[in-house]
Design a protein around this ligand. Structure first.
Ligand code: THU
Length: 160
């Protein structure tokens, strides 16, 4: 038996204003997308903005359903839209923000496990990293150099 250590490194920004200017703009778009979320059940509003290598910005927000599992997270709404609309474009950056109507969300909110798995499909397919930035309603922003940095020991098509 041997032990394997996997290390993930993240950058933590004190707030949006500490981000490079292009990222401030992308996060601002994610905040606007968040306001369009349809989340009457959880009252947890998530917004995403993707920057593609064709310069398009794709927005997404969570879309809930009375049949709870039929709803979809903001991250998957955005990447599936990007994949459907611009199948040849690479996703360069993803900005995520989440806010709850029930409390103030100050800690950075990372994408859920199912979203990480879904985003990883796109990162592997495009053969280049998707830079991830995530925050709560306001406050600190966390950067991950890639999706795989957020999801080590990933299940991917090479294992099928
Ligand atoms: N949600 C997202 O949109 N992204 C995540 O990564 C975590 C959760 C949504 C799903 C649901 O509409 C609400 O947040 C509460 O889970």
């Amino acid at each position: 038996m041997k032990e394997v250590k996997i290390e993930s490194v993240f950058q933590v920004y004190e707030g949006i204003l500490e981000l490079p200017e292009d990222l401030q703009e992308l996060m601002q778009k994610a905040i606007e997308a968040r306001q369009k979320a349809y989340a009457p059940y959880s009252k947890f509003y998530v917004g995403v903005a993707l920057l593609l290598d064709n310069n398009e910005v794709v927005l997404g927000s969570n879309q809930e359903n009375a049949s709870y599992p039929s709803g979809l997270c903001a991250e998957r709404t955005a990447i599936y839209y990007a994949g459907a609309q611009y199948p040849k474009a690479k996703i360069l950056k993803m900005a995520i923000t989440a806010a709850s109507q029930l409390r103030t969300t100050l800690e950075p909110i990372p994408p859920c496990g199912a979203c990480r798995q879904s985003i990883s499909e796109y990162e592997i397919r495009q053969k280049s990293p998707i830079e991830m930035y995530f925050m709560g309603e306001r406050g600190k922003v966390v950067r991950s150099y890639s999706l795989s940095n957020l999801l080590p020991l990933i299940f991917d098509k090479s294992q099928l």
